[in-house]
Design a protein around this ligand. Structure first.
Ligand code: ARG
Ligand code: ZN
Length: 415
C-alpha cells in the first residue's frame, strides 16, 4: 500500500515536468530591417522563447538572435527563413537531449555539490550548514520571504568586527533558468571560507569588508525550473485578472521603470511588473540595500549567458558619471578572467553593449549611490546557452572568481 502510494506520487511529479522533445534553438542573423520585422511577426503568430535578446522588443539588425521553437512550428520557421533569405544556424538540435546532457558530471548525488546544479532544497540545507560552519566568518539573516513563502537568506561573509564595515552585495539567480549563475554564489561562499587565512587577497578583503551574498534571488522561479519547466525566467507571482504568471525581476527595479526594453504585457518574459518593486523579492532586496546604503560600496549581480561584464546605464544611452572608471575596472576584471582559460568577455555600459533595458538592479543600485555596480553574463556564447553542462561549472566559477576578486580589490583600495 505504502509502495503504491509512493509510486503514484512520483508519477504525478514526473508528469508535471515540461519536456522539450524536438524543440530546437536557432541563431538568426538579421541584417536587414525586413529581417527584424519577419522575426517580430513570427513571434506574434507562433510561440517563440527568446533566449537572446530576451524579448522581441529588444530586436535590432546586426545582433544575433537566439530563439527556442517547438517542433510543431519548425516547418513554418524554415519556410519563413527561406523566403526572407535570413542567415541562421541551429545551436541546439534537440532541447530535451540538451537538458538531459547538462548533468555530464556523473549521477546526481543526494547531497549538495559545488560542481552540480543543486535543487533549492539542497541549497537551502547548504545555507543552513555553511552558515553555522564558521561563526567567525559567516552569518545569515532572512531579508523577507518570496511570493510563495520561501525565506530569502543573505549570507554575510567577513571577519567579525565591533564596528560596521564597508560592504559588497552579490546576488545570483535573478532569472530562474540561469543555473550557472546560482552555482557561482555557492562557489564564491566556499572559496571565501576555504581561502581565508591562506589567500592574502581574500583574507584582507574579509578583514576589511563584508560581502553579503544572496545565493538565489528568485527562489520560486528557480524551484519551478527544477520541478516543472526548465526554461522559466520570471518570478511566480499571480494577479487576478491575468492568467499569466510572474514578472521579470530585472525589469522591476525603480530605474527608468518600464520605459525601454521591457514589456507591460503580463505574459511577456520581460514583463516589468504592475509597479516598481511589485515583486516581493525585488522589494526585499531593494529594502535591504537601502537600509544598508551607507556601507554598500559595490553591487554585483550574476546572470548568464553571453560572456559580458556590464555596468550602468541600461535604461538610457547616456554615460554614467563614473563611466571611465567603471570601464577601466571592467576591463581589468575581464583580463583577469581571461588569464585563466582564455575566456573572452566584452565589457561596457548595458544599453550600448547589448540593448537598452530599464528596471534593472544594476542601474537602480548605481543611482542609489552604489558606485561600483556590475552585471556579469557568464558562459557561454550560445553553444549551450542556459543549458551549460555541469562539467563547465568549475572552470566557469574559477575564472569568474578572478574577475569578482579584481573588482573587490579595486573597491577595497579605493574605500
Ligand atoms: N541580460 C540581462 C537582462 O536582460 C542584462 C542586464 C543588464 N542590465 C540592465 N539593467 N538591463 O536582464
Ligand atoms: Zn538574466
Amino acid at each position: 500500500m505504502k509502495v503504491l502510494l509512493l509510486l503514484g506520487l512520483v508519477a504525478v511529479a514526473l508528469g508535471d515536468i515540461t519536456r522539450f522533445e524536438g524543440e530546437k534553438v536557432f541563431r538568426l542573423k538579421p541584417v536587414l530591417d525586413e529581417h527584424v520585422t519577419v522575426i517580430k511577426d513570427l513571434a506574434k503568430s507562433i510561440e517563440v522563447d527568446f533566449w537572446r535578446p530576451e524579448s522581441p522588443e529588444l530586436l535590432t539588425i546586426d545582433i544575433d538572435v537566439d530563439i527556442r521553437v517547438s517542433a510543431i512550428y519548425l516547418d513554418m520557421l524554415y519556410t519563413i527563413l527561406q523566403q526572407s533569405d535570413m542567415e541562421h544556424e541551429v545551436l541546439i538540435e534537440d532541447l530535451q537531449t540538451a537538458v538531459e546532457a547538462q548533468a555530464d558530471s556523473g549521477p546526481t548525488p543526494r547531497t549538495h555539490s559545488y560542481t552540480k546544479y543543486n535543487s533549492w532544497d539542497k541549497i537551502q540545507s547548504w545555507i543552513a550548514s555553511v552558515s553555522s560552519s564558521n561563526p567567525n566568518l559567516i552569518s545569515r539573516q532572512v531579508i523577507g520571504n518570496t511570493y510563495e513563502g520561501r525565506p530569502m537568506n543573505v549570507l554575510k561573509l567577513g571577519k567579525k568586527s565591533s564596528s560596521t564595515k564597508p560592504a559588497i552585495f552579490l546576488d545570483c539567480g535573478i532569472h530562474a533558468r540561469e543555473w550557472i549563475s546560482t552555482a557561482f554564489c555557492q562557489w564564491f561562499v566556499k572559496e571565501a571560507l576555504s581561502t581565508y587565512g591562506s589567500d592574502s587577497q581574500m583574507t584582507s578583503l574579509l578583514d576589511q569588508m563584508d560581502v553579503f551574498v544572496l545565493p538565489v534571488f528568485n527562489i520560486d522561479g528557480y524551484d519551478y525550473t527544477h520541478k516543472s519547466n526548465r526554461m522559466w525566467r520570471k518570478t511566480r507571482s499571480r494577479r487576478s485578472g491575468s492568467s499569466c504568471i510572474g514578472a521579470d525581476p530585472n525589469r522591476n527595479f525603480d530605474a527608468g521603470w518600464c520605459s525601454l526594453g521591457a514589456s507591460s504585457n503580463p505574459c511577456s518574459d520581460t514583463f516589468c511588473g504592475y509597479t516598481p518593486e511589485s515583486e516581493i523579492e525585488v522589494k526585499n532586496v531593494a529594502e535591504f540595500i537601502r537600509r544598508n546604503k551607507s556601507i554598500m560600496k559595490a553591487y554585483i549581480t550574476i546572470h548568464s549567458y553571453s560572456q559580458l561584464l556590464l555596468f550602468p546605464y541600461s535604461y538610457t544611452y547616456e554615460l554614467a558619471a563614473d563611466h571611465s572608471e567603471l570601464l577601466k575596472v571592467a576591463e581589468g576584471a575581464s583580463a583577469a578572467l581571461r588569464s585563466l582559460y582564455g575566456t573572452r568577455y566584452t565589457s561596457g555600459p548595458g544599453a550600448a553593449t547589448i540593448y537598452p533595458a530599464a528596471g534593472g538592479s544594476d542601474d537602480w543600485a548605481y543611482d542609489l549611490g552604489v558606485k561600483y555596480s556590475y552585471t556579469f553574463e557568464l558562459r557561454d556564447t550560445g553553444r549551450y546557452g542556459f543549458l551549460l553542462p555541469e562539467s563547465q561549472i568549475k572552470p566557469t566559477c574559477e575564472e569568474t572568481m578572478l574577475a569578482v576578486k579584481y573588482i573587490a580589490a579595486y573597491v577595497q583600495k579605493n574605500l
